[in-house]
Ligand binder design. Sequence first.
Ligand SMILES: [Fe+2]
Ligand SMILES: [Fe+2]
Length: 192
Amino acid sequence: MRELTQAERTTIARIIRVNHAGETGAIRIYAAQIWRARKHYPDMAPALETMRADEIRHCAIFRAAMTERETRPCRVMALWSLGGFVIGFATALFGRNMIWVCTEAVETTVHKHLLEQLHFLKDRDPALYDAIDAIKDEELEHRDHAIEMQSGRGSIDRAAYAVISGLTALMIWLSTWGDPSLMVRDLRRERG
Ligand SMILES: [Fe+2]
Ligand SMILES: [Fe+2]
């Protein structure tokens, strides 16, 4: 494989950093939701705990990838952590349906970005490509489970879905200094 340019290495470092930060945010979302579910909807707790365990494993994979590629965690980790907790706590207050609306919104937004990352990594970092490809499948399972569990979608649910998707996309964009926009451009150009 050819030697990567400095710009490509920077993008790869940003991908790992934003994914590590995103997994941290997801862990915090689930932690807040589990905390409330245990009290008010105990039947939901096991599924949420399984998803949180997946996110903890994903987070560790990206942390290890950082060491291998000599990069460090995102500078706004505290914001991801706090943001995740606030989203998890707020959605759990609205009840069980909103918890699943939140999962679907986050996982759908994340999935879009993972596809863009995979496109970029395919010929540049096969090891990271394989790791993200496997994680992507698990995130899709989370999303599908969330869709399955919803009882319908009212106007508050629809508004929350839009806000949570928007916030997730904004955090991703901020943490990669606009790289997703560049990846989207490349992806579209290649598709023609
Ligand atoms: Fe994850
Ligand atoms: Fe997930």
